[in-house]
Design a protein around this ligand. Structure first.
Ligand code: ZN
Length: 303
């Protein structure tokens, strides 16, 4: 049973947590530590871009280990070192920076709370999953990154530069707690990057499906941009407008196409998000609407 205390953290708790992760076959690595002013213990090596979040070891992640003796030596040397857990072999982490990011993931999965371990980080959340074998990916959705092969995450009870501790809001008691990554999230992680205009223009390699998808996407975006705005007169809303409906329909129809495969969900979602922002829809509403329309579309593939 892994128990990570949440208050009055001592050096023994940091070492204790590191040893317990290692016992669960999750390799650990000592990270730098922020001081009470949020400054990184690496100071002296000029500006630190990620206080308390990067490895103290010369070879960084390559030295991550599950060997208790090495782990004890490290924390004897740096008793207040934050605990990094290597991702990609036993554990993958969905790293969410914003409330909207969390809501988008939950909406995408059609759930109200994550199935497995849930970590509160400084400003956001980490969802822990069984390793997928996939690599790191930034920006699956706005504010959401994936830590997979070759990555790591800061783990409880490490200290965040804000002065808050990383804490488990839903527990991790061992590898059996790690849920399988849902297909909908996996598809976001493996989605190809948005095509670069220089590479795709005129190289003759764009398939008909890609052209068709691209045309469908452009059509949906222009419908969102053309949707009527709400009519408000004298502080009263006389008509609701059609922006949110247009966005929902667009996500639905593109989701229908995506159900057949071959669509880059990342590109589609970011284009729809941009269009929604342009017409003045709020971020939270936008992510909910896209997720809900997309999900409904996936259930009804277009023939
Ligand atoms: Zn630093």
């Amino acid at each position: 049973m892994l128990t990570v205390p949440t208050t009055q953290i001592t050096a023994a708790d940091l070492l204790g947590a590191a040893l317990q992760y290692a016992a669960a076959s999750i390799a650990v690595v000592p990270l730098h530590t922020p001081d009470s002013g949020g400054q990184c213990s690496c100071r002296g090596r000029t500006d630190c871009g990620s206080p308390g979040k990067h490895p103290r070891l010369q070879h960084g992640l390559h030295d991550a280990t599950t060997e208790p003796d090495r782990i004890r030596r490290w924390w004897r040397r740096w008793p207040d070192a934050n605990v990094g857990v290597a991702t990609g072999t036993r554990l993958d982490v969905c790293d969410i920076d914003t409330n909207d990011g969390l809501r988008a993931i939950l909406d995408l999965l059609d759930i109200v709370r994550p199935a497995g371990p849930l970590v509160r980080s400084g400003y956001g959340w980490h969802l822990w999953f069984a390793a997928t074998g996939l690599g790191n990916r930034a920006g699956l959705l706005p504010g959401v990154d994936w830590r997979g092969r070759g990555g790591y995450a800061v783990a409880p009870p490490s200290l965040h530069p804000t002065g808050r501790r990383y804490t488990f809001q839903q527990p991790f008691t061992g590898p059996a707690d790690l849920p399988t990554c849902p297909d909908a999230v996996r598809r976001l992680v493996v989605a190809p990057p948005p095509p670069s205009p220089e590479l795709s223009a005129g190289d003759g390699q764009i398939s008909d499906l890609d052209r068709y998808t691209q045309a469908a996407l452009e059509g949906e975006v222009s419908r969102i941009l053309a949707a009527p705005r709400p009519v408000i007169r004298g502080g009263q809303r006389l008509s609701a407008g059609g922006r949110n409906t247009a966005l929902h329909l667009a996500a639905f129809r593109l989701g229908q196409l995506a159900a057949r495969g071959g669509i880059d969900q990342h590109t589609v979602w970011s284009r729809l998000t941009d269009a929604a922002r342009t017409v003045g829809l709020g971020q939270t509403e936008t992510q909910r609407t896209i997720a809900s329309g997309w999900r409904a579309g996936l259930r009804r593939p277009r023939s």
